[in-house]
Design a protein around this ligand. Structure first.
Ligand SMILES: C[S@@+](CC[C@H](N)C(=O)[O-])C[C@H]1O[C@@H](n2cnc3c(N)ncnc32)[C@H](O)[C@@H]1O
Length: 272
């Protein structure tokens, strides 16, 4: 059960705050810009952000739809939604934050013009059901834009982090760090989306560098913002030092004068 929750990336309140502070500026705010460009929500439109986390995509969408539009952010996790609400207190239109499961959306049919889902699909236990739900809540001409990371082999910095966690913390920690990186091909993603009733599916690759100032901060930021906050926080000093040393050695090929940098790869998908 705990493993399942970790694989669904369920965070407590402190981790949601760390996620907003560290990972949103680094990874999720730039990703949100891509999704918004792909879906182009416009003035007056109604937008749903599925698995909204701390709500960066919903916040960006609100800027586009303006006062005549509506934005709803939905997530399973109360800690994420609490942080989303705090981080959006001055955003207009006021975003509606809803707790719910992507595989059974507590929302009426045809209620949205645009559905967005950034890095959520890989955590849903029933992906076809979640995509069918996204299709159900869209209007007949509604648009979908989502992103889902490529396999961990295409994201080498995180592969090395997962391997080091496996060696120094345990197999569960390694599996958790691999869980955001599903082994899904572009064709499989297209089939999943088409199978849920969508048309005109487009799949794109997003490839970009990601930077962390030091190996220590790579571990600290990823650890604090993930379901591993507790086990990583509880590591004895000598084990933590060995983990950082080992990870630093492994990341030597991705180290330059200002820190560590490695490529990340994600799929971006659009459909109608
Ligand atoms: C990596 S985060 C992405 C969050 C957000 N989309 C962003 O761009 O920052 C994954 C999110 O999926 C949510 N999640 C996992 N399973 C879910 C489900 N079945 N229904 C709704 N949300 C879910 C988690 O709570 C978490 O907030």
């Amino acid at each position: 059960m705990i493993q399942r929750q970790r694989e669904q990336w369920q965070l407590d309140e402190g981790s949601a705050e760390a996620y907003e502070r560290y990972l949103v500026p680094l990874l999720f705010a730039p990703g949100a810009e891509y999704l918004i460009e792909l879906a182009t929500p416009g003035p007056g439109e109604r937008v749903l952000d599925v698995a909204c986390g701390t709500g960066i995509v919903a916040r960006r969408a609100a800027l586009r739809v303006g006062s005549g539009g509506k934005v709803v952010g939905l997530d399973l996790n109360e800690g994420m939604l609490g942080m989303a609400s705090k981080a959006s207190s001055d955003v207009r239109p006021v975003i509606e934050w809803r707790q719910g499961d992507a595989t059974s959306l507590p929302l009426p049919d045809g209620a949205f013009d645009v559905v967005l889902c950034q890095q959520g699909l890989q955590f849903f236990p029933d992906q076809p059901a979640a995509l069918s739900e996204m299709h159900r809540v869209l209007t007949p001409n509604g648009r979908l834009a989502l992103s889902v990371l490529r396999s961990v082999e295409h994201n080498p910095g995180y592969l090395l982090l997962a391997d080091a966690l496996e060696r120094h913390v345990g197999p569960e920690a390694g599996a958790m760090m691999r869980s955001p990186f599903p082994s899904l091909s572009g064709d499989e993603l297209r089939e999943l989306i088409t199978g849920a009733g969508f048309q005109d599916v487009g799949i794109f690759l997003g490839i970009g560098p990601v930077r962390y100032p030091t190996v220590d901060e790579f571990l600290r930021w990823e650890g604090a913002s993930s379901p591993l906050a507790e086990p990583i926080g509880a590591l004895k000093d000598d084990i933590r030092a060995a983990l950082i040393h080992d990870l630093g050695e492994a990341l030597r090929i991705y180290t330059d004068d200002v820190g560590i940098v490695f490529p990340t790869e994600t799929y971006l998908a659009v459909a109608r």
